[in-house]
Write a protein that binds this ligand. Structure first.
Ligand code: ADP
Ligand code: MG
Length: 696
């Protein structure tokens, strides 16, 4: 096997390759575009395109594609070959700057939330030079943004890039107050991806997994995760082979896959990369998810990325580790000197303010039909947003709010006076795993995103809300320097922390008391997607996005529509799949088994009058009662489902899905699951949790 250092990034048109392949003037000018967001002219693009094509062909590529992220959240690609006929029967391979910069995918079937009527369907894709091009399956993939001809964003990437510019601009204003002038301030993301692997054979027999990505039925396995033997346990040989190939493939693509391990639930695993700037970090996560799905088939496995494939078993999340960096300095890293610490406190306070003020938007950004099964269950953070700072930092914040002296764990008194700020240590206290938004030493970890989500939405919101905090700070400090600035900054921090103290919670987020306490504090608690989505179109949200040029009002409204529609479509598919499975698989199986039990009773009684058939008679009664209950819930689901899909208003439909349809689906499921444990194994039409989760 090739050395990692040899294959790493070998399929990426990265800075190293650019430097090797481009004339130095072109390289410098492209670097300015990448690092300082300077516009790129067509001459440069032509040279870059040619070099990219030559490089790609050498690596065996025949096609190129503009790789983009429509509002479905997953990535899209349409392959064009480099082929260019010469007219004399021969052909050359060509690729121009124009083809690199702009494409027209004629993507009329992507959701646009009404932004783009289908008769003017042609959106266009625009090259994003800040995320490297790469070769995947003999196709040169060019990361692009996807917009309508009138300039509206039709994708996930464009608003993310806009939010990164917003934070860049405002953070530079703040840093200027500290006498620092970085070229670019960027946000960073490290996405920890959880997933399940099950055998293809089992998967193929489960319509629910095939259609919806989760099991709509299934009684809890005899053994769950209580023995805690899977977490960090030895990795099954087949899974290990899969992980090795995955690492190799990702490394070739320059995705810095770093950590792999078994997760808490049986058959659950995790991959964590080394973080990158948000744009590249999210692209890398999408590539990782795609490779996981594709490569699993090489090992007779299926990779499940749904947030809750198995009821009663831990679901899968995608922790979004987030920070802000100048390239040299991590701005959420507590510094060495008092001034570094003041800067850190300004940024920290900004995050606290942003998360408190826009907690509902953050919750909204991770609201999906799948994630609703996870948030609030006893494994993932609750649906309430709160922040965990850790003991050390928490004590410093308390001291600032209460205006008393801070004493560190080492009992070193620290003066919170103007020029001597605490020189505190990086926080090493216990992590609070129940907190949705936790400070982990030099970054925040947002733990609410589900495994299937595209992280652009939550980062776009986090960045924009943070840009607003920084802007307000910079505005308030305008013209202040030296000691006056320091004093004003500390007063500002104290004031902001006091105002937003309610969002800080260091206790157990899974406890029964927390939702009560959170309500008292006035924190939002949107349990379902239907409840969480409307805040997207609140005047407060629209004002935020418009202020920073991240989304216009029509763009916000279209995104809200797309999210609503997607939720409704998913629940609709689930309801249909459930009904189909009950009618065609479960009821016939249970009926057959009941008939068999009945005929056993008759046969035995005929052969031996007075035989004690008590156990079989009880079983028959149970089966018949179960069949009755299943049928009643099926009828209820059927009627309500029809009524629901007939609702014209998408929000009303979402409300009905969340509060009527899904609860009936739960009852129907429970009725079927009860039958699973009394029905003979050979009659049961699908593999059970016992079968699926403990394969070798
Ligand atoms: P955990 O205990 O949560 O696994 P790790 O230290 O392993 O914590 O980090 C988890 C993730 O956080 C990794 O993907 C890592 O690259 C990422 N990460 C570390 N520092 C930063 C940062 N400054 N910005 C964004 N992500 C970061
Ligand atoms: Mg983590």
């Amino acid at each position: 096997m090739a050395k990692v250092s040899e294959i790493y990034g070998s399929m990426v048109f990265n800075e190293h390759t650019m430097q090797e392949r481009l004339p130095s003037a072109t390289y410098k000018s492209l670097l300015k575009t990448i690092k300082e967001s300077k516009p790129l002219d067509i001459e440069v693009a032509n040279v870059v395109a040619h070099a990219m094509k030559e490089w790609a062909i050498e690596k065996g590529a025949t096609h190129y594609t503009h790789w983009f992220q429509p509002l479905t959240g997953i990535t899209s690609e349409k392959h064009d070959s480099f082929l260019d006929p010469c007219g004399d029967g021969r052909a050359i391979m060509s690729f121009s700057g124009k083809e690199l910069i702009q494409g027209e995918p004629d993507a009329s079937s992507f959701p646009s939330g009404g932004l783009r009527a289908t008769f003017e369907a042609r959106g266009y894709t625009a090259w994003d030079p800040t995320s490297y091009a790469f070769i995947k399956d003999e196709v040169l993939c060019i990361p692009t943004a996807f917009c309508s001809y009138t300039g509206e964003a039709l994708d996930k990437k464009t608003p993310l890039l806009r939010s990164m510019s917003a934070i860049d601009e405002q953070a530079k204003r703040v840093l200027a107050l500290f006498g620092e002038k970085p070229l670019r301030v960027t946000t960073t993301v490290g996405a920890e991806q959880e997933y399940f692997l099950i055998s293809e054979k089992d998967y193929a027999q489960r319509q629910d997994l095939i259609m919806t990505g989760r099991t709509l039925f299934g009684y809890a396995p005899c053994k769950g995760q209580e023995l805690e033997e899977h977490y960090f346990g030895a990795i099954r040989p087949t899974v290990n082979e899969f992980m090795k190939e995955l690492d190799d493939e990702l490394w070739k693509l320059g995705v810095s896959a770093k950590t792999k391990h078994n997760e808490v639930a049986p058959a659950q695993h995790e991959l964590a990369p080394i973080f990158a700037n948000s744009n590249r970090g999210i692209d890398e996560n999408l590539l990782t998810m795609e490779k996981m799905r594709l490569l699993a088939s090489h090992y007779g496995l299926v990779c499940l990325q749904h947030e809750k494939p198995f009821e009663g078993i831990n679901g899968s999340g995608k922790h979004n580790n987030w920070s802000i960096s100048t390239g040299k300095t991590n701005l959420l890293e507590p510094g060495e000197s008092p001034m570094d610490n003041l800067r850190f406190l300004v940024f920290l306070t900004g995050v606290i303010q942003a998360v408190d003020d826009y907690q509902e938007l953050l919750r909204m950004s991770v609201a999906t039909a799948g994630n609703d099964h996870r948030l609030g269950a006893n494994e993932a953070p609750p649906a309430i947003i709160s922040m965990f700072l850790g003991d050390e930092l928490g004590a410093i914040v308390d001291a600032l709010i209460d205006d008393h002296e801070y004493t560190s764990a080492e009992k070193v008194a620290m003066d919170l006076g103007v020029s001597v700020l605490p020189n505190f240590l990086r926080d090493n206290t216990d992590r609070n795993r129940t907190s949705p938004f936790a400070f982990t030493g030099n970054k925040f970890e947002f733990r609410m995103p589900g495994s299937a989500v595209n992280l652009s939405d939550c980062n776009m919101i986090l960045n924009t809300a943070m840009a607003k905090s920084l802007k307000e700070f910079a505005d308030a400090m305008d013209g202040k320097t030296g000691e006056e600035f320091e004093a004003a900054a500390i007063a500002y921090i104290k004031d902001m922390l006091t105002k937003h103290q309610r969002i800080i919670f260091n206790g157990n987020g899974y406890s029964d008391e927390w939702p009560v306490e959170a309500e008292r504090r006035g924190l939002a608690n949107h349990r379902t997607t239907a409840d969480a989505l409307p805040c997207f179109v609140d005047p407060k949200s629209i004002a935020l996005f418009e202020e920073f040029g991240v989304l216009s009002e029509p763009e916000v409204r279209s995104r809200y529509e797309v999210k609503l529609e997607k939720y409704n479509k998913l629940v609709n598919i689930e309801a249909r799949t459930m009904k189909r499975m009950v009618r065609r698989a479960y009821l016939p199986a249970i009926n057959d088994y009941a008939a068999e039990v009945a005929s056993n009773i008759t046969t035995v009684k005929a052969a031996s009058a007075g035989a004690d058939m008590g156990q079989q008679e009880d079983l028959l009664k149970k089966l018949l009662a179960g069949i009755k209950e299943i049928n009643e819930q099926l009828i209820a689901l059927d009627e309500n489902h029809h009524a629901c899909v007939a609702l014209e208003d998408e929000q009303e439909q979402a409300d009905m899905n969340a509060h009527t349809i899904l609860p009936i689906m739960d009852k129907l499921r429970a009725a079927v699951d009860q039958m699973e444990i009394v029905t003979d194994r050979d009659h049961w039409p699908v593999p059970t949790y016992n079968d699926m989760l403990f394969y070798v």
